[in-house]
Design a protein around this ligand. Structure first.
Ligand code: SF4
Ligand code: F3S
Length: 112
């Protein structure tokens, strides 16, 4: 089992989640984070920290695609362990549908 970051993180990226993870398994893209499924220890402490409810356990329905998405990008992006400011449109874009199609960037973030 693992937790995964879903598309509502895209263009929000609050990063509260990274401060509580005991194993530092969040990876930073330009405008979202992902969790490495093989490093996550399923502790669950990050889930309630996300202000936009973008973290879920993979035991919920239809999560296979998100596990693979998190795996793919966690192997391409740098680790992030320090909270940074949310993206400028975080409030405006919370809850917007189809953000993966309209707002996702595959570019890496800075990490840190
Ligand atoms: Fe880190 Fe725990 Fe969240 Fe997994 S569930 S990403 S180990 S805080
Ligand atoms: Fe994203 Fe929520 Fe973390 S918006 S960066 S999953 S706190």
């Amino acid at each position: 089992m693992t937790y995964v970051v879903l598309d509502n993180c895209i263009a929000c990226k609050h990063t509260d989640c990274v401060e509580v993870c005991p194993v530092d398994c969040f990876y930073e893209g330009e405008n979202m984070l992902v969790i490495h499924p093989d490093e996550c220890i399923d502790c669950g402490v990050c889930e309630p920290e996300c202000p936009v409810d973008a973290i879920r356990p993979d035991t919920e329905p239809d999560m296979e695609k998100w596990v693979e998405f998190n795996r793919e990008y966690s192997e391409k992006w740098p680790v992030i362990i320090t909270k940074v400011d949310p993206l400028p449109d975080a409030e405006k874009l919370d809850g917007v549908e189809n953000k993966l199609e309209t707002h996702f960037s595959p570019n890496p973030g800075k990490g840190g």
